[in-house]
Design a protein around this ligand. Structure first.
Ligand code: AMP
Ligand code: GLY
Length: 452
């Protein structure tokens, strides 16, 4: 089998690595991939110029699949899903795993998601949508702080301000509606009631009807230790998340996931692909949805897939055929991933810094620590810097350099969360590049529980 994974992050490295482990698989192409996917056995990066973030332009992917006998496409990021890559592939007779553009609105538009949740009685924070700054500020004054301001469209996890004070909330409105900091994505805002509790990521595979819950996980959204600083795409994650007790799990399936499947089916748009519910779990163990994503989480995928013992390829094939099993096999151990970010992240990022101390690539699938790459590439050599050079297999000689905000996710498996944190920290500590920063407290909620 040949597989095409779309995307360039740590999530896609983990997906490609899992797919490549399956003996049925000859080749995993990753578009565009990163240095980690280029180095992975059986994986090869390809440049598909229109991997597309532009509506309707998915022809490069379709041509590539038709010319390279691709048996399945696994779509990593949200942008191509929101612009209909799955619809376009299906129309061309190509098997692509993900939701249609209609279903992807659950992530692509916060307004769609909030209205969908209201209609289907899915628990979530109270909200109002605004395009006018003065009206938005009046509403904030009425509601008081803390309060949450969100850009309506896609903003790579960064278009959310949890304002502690009314002044901060007003400033967020000025940024989004008045100075257009998030462009089109921020021309409309959703203002939400602040929810307190502990967050967890609840990710499932859905084939239109059947639901396969993946192992639970918890992300760390804030840039700095102690959950301080600005929101990021995620600075680390671990799986499983003990906050998701059996009762929280049952409630989430009954009150959140099943209603999505039922409502999408009755709207004539069966939900297919990964569905990610970002949950806030209150003190009584009741989940509310903070957000839906129409894809796997990043970095949650790295620890989750580190624990997956079933074949990812078989699960996707079953999903595409409409016969997903209700359970997969998971390693009983805990997995924990620490994101190493580049200078300036999340406000900016630094490219071209040489990364040293990466452990040698190992093909041993049972290794307890795996470094998934995200924003990495190879230093351009003087003799050739063509795209072909980037994708060939002489890469192992080349220097790996930073190429984005989140650079690596060092992921460890161990019997306890503390041991997984220690193992990941040891490998992380040996890696260095100019401006590298990471959190040493990933897993702190679960570690406090372990100490009890
Ligand atoms: P989102 O992109 O919607 O997941 O929001 C990013 C982060 O902001 C979440 O992971 C939460 O930590 C925080 N957040 C979002 N909405 C709320 C809310 N209504 N109450 C409290 N925190 C929130
Ligand atoms: N880690 C959060 C996300 O993938 O949206």
């Amino acid at each position: 089998m040949n597989i095409l994974v779309l995307g360039a992050g740590g999530r896609e490295h983990a997906l490609a690595w899992q797919c490549a482990k399956d003996s049925k698989v000859q080749q995993v192409y990753v578009a565009p991939g990163n240095a980690g996917t280029a180095l992975e056995p059986k994986c090869k990066n390809v440049v598909l110029k229109t991997t597309s973030e532009t509506a309707g332009e998915h022809s490069a992917v379709i041509d590539f699949c038709q010319n390279n006998n691709i048996d399945m496409v696994i779509v990593g990021p949200e942008a191509p899903l929101v612009t209909g890559i799955v619809d376009a592939c299906r129309d061309a007779g190509i098997k692509a795993w993900g939701p249609t553009a209609y279903c992807a609105q659950l992530e692509g538009s916060k307004t769609f998601a909030k209205e969908f949740m209201a209609t289907n009685n899915i628990p979530t924070a109270a909200y109002e949508g605004f395009t006018d700054a003065a009206l938005a500020k009046n509403y904030i004054d009425e509601q008081g702080a803390p309060i949450v301001i969100k850009a309506d469209g896609l903003a790579a996890g960064k278009g959310v301000i949890v304002a502690e004070t009314i002044e901060q909330a007003h400033a967020a409105i000025d940024d989004m509606l008045a100075s257009n900091k998030f462009g089109e994505a921020g021309s409309r805002v959703v203002i939400e009631q602040f929810l307190s509790g502990e967050e967890a990521s609840f990710i499932c595979m859905i084939d239109g009807d059947n639901i396969l819950p993946m192992a639970t996980s918890q992300d760390h959204k804030r840039a700095f230790e102690g959950d301080m600083g600005p929101n990021t795409g995620g600075m680390g994650a671990y799986s499983p998340a003990p906050v998701v007790t059996d009762s929280v799990y049952e409630k989430t399936m009954a009150q959140v996931i099943q209603p999505v499947v039922d409502a999408m089916k009755s709207a004539g748009h069966p939900y297919t692909g990964f569905l990610y519910a970002g949950l806030m779990i209150d003190e009584s163990g009741n989940p509310s949805v903070i957000e839906f994503n129409c894809r796997l989480g990043d970095p949650e995928t790295q620890p989750i897939l580190m624990r997956l013992q079933s074949s990812m390829v078989d699960l996707v094939a079953q999903g595409l055929a409409g016969n997903l099993p209700s359970q997969a096999d998971w390693d009983d151990r805990v997995a924990l991933g620490i994101v190493v970010a580049s200078k300036g992240y999340p406000e900016s990022s630094s490219k071209g810094d040489v990364i040293s101390g990466l452990p040698a690539l190992t093909t041993d699938i049972n290794t307890a620590v795996k470094v998934f790459h995200a924003g990495t590439t190879f230093a351009k050599s003087n003799d050739s810097d063509s795209a072909d050079d980037y994708t060939n297999n002489t890469n192992s000689e080349k220097e790996v350099v930073t190429d984005g905000g989140r650079v690596l996710c060092v992921t460890a498996l161990a019997n306890t969360i503390s041991n997984a944190q220690q193992a990941a920290l040891m490998v992380t500590g040996a890696i260095s590049f100019e401006g590298a920063h990471y959190r040493r407290d990933i897993g702190h909620h679960a570690i406090s529980r372990e100490m009890l």
